[in-house]
Design a protein around this ligand. Structure first.
Ligand code: SF4
Length: 416
């Protein structure tokens, strides 16, 4: 299996990202022309056949999501592009925005057409502010050329896109917090129901999608065959991943599903610095699970990674070498969540803090067996009773590390 492909990234470097004419010269907006002449339900079926799961981490089937968005009754529906990309070690969406901004605008317009929306919002993380001018220019030019605005391509379809920048809070990647942030409120999650597909932004029916999920759609409409011929089993096609940590060549790579983790780390990312040993690998950002080097020969697919105890998640892969202990890594991860918790609900606000305290004791050799039991209980309670995904998943790294590295938590044994 080849280790890198160009399907989603095939436009990278092929046109002047400040010019719509340059984009149109390589076939830009042809997918939108095709889409508006199709039955929107057929587009949902195409996405379902391609088995595209949401690339932000939740892995919800895209075809089903768009079909549900179409079916919701209501006026002035909204499509949101979640470009918050707050998961640590995840920076693939930034590459799509930077290298192919017009494709994202085209994709949102197609999403608007399929879902029956009148407005699209791009919620971009504050740290990506340097890319605002590029996107604003792309939106302006698309409007001037009739790909946004009223009566798009003469089909009686109206759709506009608005760009909104967040303030950099991790929790604003969660759908309801993101929506509150756009509404001008504090970016804190709310209880569901009502689900955002029924009552989202400004109480309008809302369909929320990740940058990569959206960006795939114009390419699929133009060349479904190439995509369907990539990948393996239930994981069809390609995936954009970002690799970070103690590797020689951290970066963003497009791989066919089925590439092994070894090929990703040793071929694409250049192997481990100074040929050190791998201590642990975390998949899917700070909220992802961790494992050890025994995963190297596992194919990167949704099912194979899940069977190995981790998940694709956000597409980030963090490689930590032997210089960092498992406990020190967990302390760092825990500190992140303690700071990013919005503090609204008790299990997450208090739980993250107390787990950090116990991990600090463990690092100093001051923890006892009761501390380990308490930490485990807190982690499980958080997973079950937190209000949003942050609190539910903040302990993924700890609980998975306890399974994979039991010796670290065995106070009678050696500490890694
Ligand atoms: S789980 Fe954490 S981040 Fe989510 S609402 Fe509760 S306190 Fe806030």
């Amino acid at each position: 299996m080849s280790t890198q492909v160009k399907f989603l990234t095939k436009n990278f470097g092929q046109y002047d990202t400040s010019s719509i004419g340059s984009y149109m010269n390589i076939g830009g907006f042809e997918a939108l022309r095709k889409a508006v002449n199709m039955n929107p339900e057929d587009i949902c079926t195409m996405l379902t056949e391609a088995k595209i799961r949401g690339r932000g981490g939740a892995e919800y089937p895209l075809g089903r999501k768009w079909s549900q968005a179409r079916a919701v009754r209501g006026e002035n529906k909204v499509v949101i592009c979640n470009a918050d990309e707050g998961e640590t070690t995840t920076f693939k969406d930034r590459e799509l925005i930077k290298n192919d901004p017009f494709n994202l605008i085209e994709a949102m317009s197609i999403a608007g057409f399929v879902c029956g929306a009148t407005d699209g919002f791009i919620y971009m993380r504050g740290e990506y502010a340097c890319h605002r001018p590029l996107l604003l220019n792309a939106i302006r030019q698309a409007r001037n050329y009739g790909f946004l605005g009223e009566n798009i391509l003469g089909k009686g379809f109206d759709f506009n896109i608005h760009l909104y920048s967040g303030g950099g809070a991790y929790v604003c990647g969660e759908g309801t917090a993101l929506i509150r942030s756009i509404e001008g409120k504090a970016g804190r999650p709310r209880m569901k129901p009502p689900f955002i597909k029924v009552s989202g932004l400004f109480a309008r029916p809302t369909c929320l999608n990740n940058v990569e999920s959206l960006s795939l759609v114009p390419h699929l409409l133009q060349d479904k065959t190439t995509y369907m011929n990539c990948g393996t089993g239930e994981s069809i096609g390609t995936k954009l991943i970002s690799v970070a940590g103690n590797v020689n060549k951290p970066g963003v790579f497009e791989i066919p599903f089925g590439t092994t983790v070894r090929e990703i780390i040793y071929n694409l990312a250049g192997g481990i610095q100074h040929d050190r040993n791998i201590q642990l690998i975390q998949f899917g950002g700070a909220s992802g699970k961790v494992t050890d080097a025994s995963i190297l020969d596992t194919p990167y697919t949704y099912d194979d990674l899940r069977a190995a105890g981790v998940m694709v998640g956000s597409g980030g892969i963090l490689v930590i070498d032997e210089r960092t202990s498992v406990i020190d890594f967990l302390r760092m991860n825990q500190e992140f969540f303690s700071e990013e918790s919005c503090g609204q609900c008790t299990p997450c606000r208090e739980g993250n803090l107390h787990i950090k305290i116990i991990l600090d004791k463990l690092a100093k050799g001051e923890a006892n067996e009761q501390d380990i039991k308490t930490m485990t209980t807190i982690a499980k309670v958080m997973s079950m009773s937190s209000l949003c995904g942050l609190g539910e998943t903040a302990q993924n790294s700890l609980l998975s590390a306890m399974k994979k590295f039991p010796q670290v938590f065995d106070l009678g044994g050696a500490r890694a």
